[in-house]
Structures are given as structure tokens and as C-alpha cells.
Ligand binder design. Structure first.
Ligand code: NAI
Length: 484
């Protein structure tokens, strides 16, 4: 089997060499095709950080094993790591965190065993990077949570939990506040949970989840979260098991999957052959298991665990009274320990299987994710976001000129808090208001009527954006203002 390999920047080439050395010693049936990605590719003028040949190779082979990569600062270019994950729709970021003997943490010392998998949605949320300055003082980011995107990642999490024989699968969310976005994610989780009656599925609000993870991490098994919350919670979990150096990461998609270390390029130690290759090696082991090479993955992981248990360590961790080894020596120690079993948590040797991509069907055009049918769809009004320094009562006086018996001015809010018709003098204002015109639920408006209203309002206000207020069936598809 052929896979694409990108060595990365900084310590990337050193740790990649160490890991490929371990793979070669284990006689893996893998062939490596090296591709050009990273800082020097940006420097050559490729604005996405990869050459067209690299892109073609990765798309043909479907598997990318990569070292960390640097995004040049101040050049306005986007991270090649994020570009790769998004372009190839690697929707599930699977990060495993386990107690490792030889890596001391407060939990290992207390005898609390950690074996957690965080599945983070990898494409949507605020990571769409759709941001606008609405006024000189107000920045806005759009947060997309979609049914199709949520279904992909949540289904992956359930399938993985089932294969793992997980004790529990938990949805982390903030649906108590973000009722529509996090609410949709949680709704999809609950729907999919019904298809897996043998798995204990539950949900925890993300702030409570953080508190519980740092006090009783052993109570959790698989946790699925939206992108930003998952980003934060997964680094928190890395801290529980000894830091980012011990946290592997897989980015799973239907056609292409990317396996990478989660730490960066460590420029402070690059070129010294002292970096710790464990995170990249664990990511590589995830890749072997993804490809069905269960036996070899267990052989290498048990050798790694045995090595850690015997106190061998690079300079960034471990018992300081034992001299540190360098990257090459660490890799060689693992190779020498092939066939040995660690005392704690040895990995079972599961049966190999033939790798089949989840969905090998390649279409000519990008795929449209699932689309829900509408029942009785209508427009009830619109939110106009305006730049204005007047007081709410003065804004209302002007806006009310456009109100009719059917289309009423119902609320004005500032940063989401209602400031008209009722409000508090203690609410601080910024120069960006939302004015909401709405008709009652028995009526319906047309887009043309909203455009006419836009046109009329634009004579008095600078309008930065508009959102329609939709109603589907008997359900309003928008939230109330705080205090409305
Ligand atoms: P970093 O993870 O590179 O370094 C943070 C600290 O951890 C440093 O002291 C470093 O020496 C140490 N460290 C990291 N990995 C290590 C290892 N394997 N062995 C021993 N020590 C290790 O984070 P930083 O400094 O914020 O980022 C440096 C560069 O890496 C930036 O250009 C950033 O954009 C890039 N980066 C790339 C990522 C990727 O490719 N997925 C992820 C994170 C950062």
C-alpha cells in the first residue's frame, strides 16, 4: 500500500525519519511517496502551502502522514494544516489520550487510568473563518453548524465507539445558550444515538464537562464536540496525560485521511535531534489501525509502552535523574523492544483487516450533504444589522416610520441584548444594533417586501447585513433577543 508522506518543518523531518525507521524495522507493507508541503513551499510562492503535484498525489493515494508545518506569519496566507483538513473534508478529528507508564501526571500518580477519545468536528463552526468588521469597533464571525456536517462526525464517533467497545459516548455542547447551533448538533447526536441502543449515550454542557474531566477523567470514554469546543477540550485532555507530546491526531474523511502529531514545529529545538517522536508515532499507529494493520500496530505500540515504562525518555519528559536520550536513540530503543509486553495496559493484538475507504464513490462534482425537506416554509420578517450611534429610542423613532400594521418593529438589540422597547440603562452599547421587523405567525412576507424595507431603511441607516426570519411548519427558525 502506498501512502503520501510530508516531513513538515522544524523538528518534522527528524521525528518523521525516526518514525519511518521504526515502521521499516517492523517491515510494514507500506510504500512512501514524499510530497512537498509546508513553509518552504509557501516561500516558493505556492499560496496554499503545497505544490500541485503534492495535491494530486494525496488525492490519488487517499492517506497523508504528515509532520508539523509552519504557517508563515504576516503574509496573509492560511495554515496549510487547516487547508488540508478542510479541502479534503476530513470531518472527524479523532484524538486519543491514554495514561502512559513512564509519563508522570497527577492522575498516573493517583492510580487513575485515563483512556479517552475526543472526536472533534473538523470543518465547520467558527473555523469557516468567515469574519467581517461591521464597524470600526465591532467584529463578527459566522458560526456554521450543519445537519449534514454534524451527522458525518457524530456517526463516525458512534461507529468508532462501537468498534472500541466504549463504556460511554458523550456529546459536549452549549445548547443551553446556543439553542440553534449547538442545539442542532445535540439533536443530531440524540437521533443517531437511537441507532446504537447498546452504547450508553449522554450529553454534558461543555463547561461542566471541563470541570468533570479535570476531576474524574476516568468516567469518560468517547466524547464528541463541535470544532472550537473540541479544540479546547482536546488540548485540556492532552494536559491530563502529560502534554501535547503524547497526543496523536487523526483527521478522518470518506476519501482522504490525514494523520499528524498535534504539536507544532518546535523551532527552538529543531535540527538538534532531541525532539520526542511519540506523538507522531502514536498518530502513525492510528494510521496503521485505520489501514487494518492491527498486528503490527500492537507490536509497535507495546514496544513503545515498554520503552516508556523502562524509563527511557527524551529531554522533554520523564525522570530527570535518568539521562535523556536523543530522537534516534529513542527510536532505536523502541525497535529493540519489539516483541516485549509492557506491564501496564498492554495493547491486544486484534485481527488485521483489508482497508476499504468508508465511501469510495468519487463523484464529478462536490457532494451535497443531506438536505432536510421543508414543511410549510414562510418568511416572517428580517433582522437588519445597522451601524448607528443614536440611543435606542431615537433609532426606534426613525425605524418606526417603516412599520405597518402587518410588519411591526418588534425589538432592537445591541450585542444580542434587547434595548428597545424595554431595556436597562446599565446595558452598555456599541455602535452596531439589530432592528427586527416581524409579522405575526399567521401571515407571510415575500423576499421582495424585505428588499423594499431594506431600501427604505437604507435612507436613514448604514446597513451591514440582513438575516431573514424564517418559519418552518410551526417552528420559528431564529432566536429571541436576550430579554425579549
Ligand atoms: P510547538 O508545539 O511547536 O512548541 C511548543 C513547545 O513544545 C516548545 O517549547 C517546543 O520545543 C515543545 N515541543 C513541541 N513538540 C515537541 C516534541 N515533539 N518534542 C519535544 N518538545 C516539543 O508550538 P508553537 O511554538 O506554538 O508553534 C511553532 C510552529 O508550529 C508555529 O509556526 C505553528 O504555526 C506551528 N504549528 C503547527 C501545527 C501542525 O502542523 N499541526 C500545530 C501547532 C503549531
Amino acid at each position: 500500500m502506498k501512502i503520501a508522506v510530508a516531513k513538515g518543518d522544524g523538528i518534522g523531518p527528524e521525528i518523521m525519519e525516526a518514525v519511518i525507521g521504526i515502521f521499516n524495522a517492523a517491515k510494514l507493507p507500506l510504500e512512501y511517496q514524499y510530497v512537498d508541503m509546508g513553509k518552504w513551499v509557501f516561500d516558493k510562492g505556492f499560496s496554499n502551502g503545497m505544490t500541485p503535484e503534492a495535491k494530486e498525489t494525496i488525492e490519488n493515494l487517499g492517506i497523508l502522514f504528515k509532520g508539523p508545518m509552519e504557517t508563515p506569519k504576516g503574509k496573509g496566507v492560511k495554515s496549510v494544516n487547516v487547508t488540508a483538513r478542510k479541502t479534503w473534508n476530513t470531518y472527524a478529528n479523532d484524538r486519543k489520550f491514554q495514561t502512559l507508564s513512564g509519563v508522570d501526571t497527577v492522575f498516573s500518580k493517583a492510580g487513575v487510568n485515563i483512556d479517552l477519545t475526543i472526536v472533534r468536528e473538523n470543518i465547520e463552526d467558527t473555523y469557516g473563518g468567515i469574519e467581517h468588521m461591521l464597524t470600526r469597533d465591532v467584529a463578527l464571525a459566522r458560526r456554521f453548524i450543519t445537519r449534514g456536517g454534524s451527522e458525518q462526525v457524530i456517526r463516525y464517533a458512534f461507529e468508532m465507539a462501537q468498534k472500541k467497545g466504549a463504556r460511554r459516548i458523550t456529546c459536549g455542547h452549549k445548547a443551553n445558550i446556543m439553542k440553534l447551533t449547538d442545539g442542532l448538533f445535540l439533536e443530531v447526536f440524540n437521533e443517531i444515538a437511537k441507532e446504537y441502543p447498546n452504547l450508553k449515550a449522554d450529553d454534558v454542557i461543555v463547561d461542566d464537562l471541563c470541570m468533570k474531566l479535570v476531576s474524574r477523567p476516568d468516567l469518560f470514554d468517547v466524547i464528541v464536540l463541535t470544532n472550537l469546543q473540541g479544540d479546547i477540550v482536546s488540548d485540556l485532555c492532552a494536559g491530563l496525560v502529560g502534554g501535547l507530546g503524547f497526543a496523536p491526531s487523526s483527521n478522518i474523511g470518506d476519501h482522504i485521511s490525514i494523520f499528524e502529531a498535534v504539536h507544532g514545529t518546535a523551532p527552538d529545538i529543531a535540527g538538534k535531534n532531541i525532539a520526542n517522536p511519540t506523538s507522531l508515532l502514536l498518530s502513525g499507529l492510528n494510521m496503521l489501525r485505520h489501514l487494518g494493520m492491527m498486528e503490527k500496530a500492537a507490536l509497535i505500540e507495546n514496544a513503545l509502552l515498554y520503552t516508556l515504562e523502562s524509563g527511557i525518555h527524551t529531554g522533554d519528559f520523564g525522570d530527570k535523574s535518568i539521562p535523556a536520550v536523543n530522537t534516534t536513540e529513542f527510536a532505536n530503543a523502541i525497535i529493540e523492544n519489539f516483541g516485549k509486553q509492557p506491564k501496564h495496559n498492554p495493547k491486544p493484538t486484534l485481527q488485521d483487516f483489508d482497508f476499504l475507504p468508508t465511501n469510495s464513490q468519487i463523484t464529478e462534482n462536490p457532494m451535497l450533504l443531506s438536505k432536510q425537506p421543508y414543511e410549510a416554509r414562510k418568511i416572517l420578517g428580517a433582522d437588519f444589522f445597522i451601524e448607528c450611534e443614536l440611543q435606542p429610542n431615537e433609532i426606534a423613532k426613525i425605524a418606526l416610520k417603516q412599520a405597518t400594521d402587518t410588519l411591526k418593529l418588534v425589538t432592537i438589540s445591541n450585542r444580542g441584548t434587547q434595548v428597545w422597547p424595554t431595556g436597562s440603562v446599565y446595558t452598555n452599547l456599541v455602535n452596531q444594533f439589530r432592528i427586527r421587523f416581524e409579522t405575526d405567525a399567521t401571515k407571510a412576507l415575500t423576499q421582495d417586501s424585505i428588499i423594499s424595507l431594506y431600501s427604505a431603511l437604507s435612507k436613514d441607516f448604514q446597513i451591514s447585513s440582513v438575516e431573514l426570519l424564517n418559519m418552518w411548519g410551526d417552528k420559528k427558525a431564529y432566536s429571541l433577543a436576550q430579554g425579549q
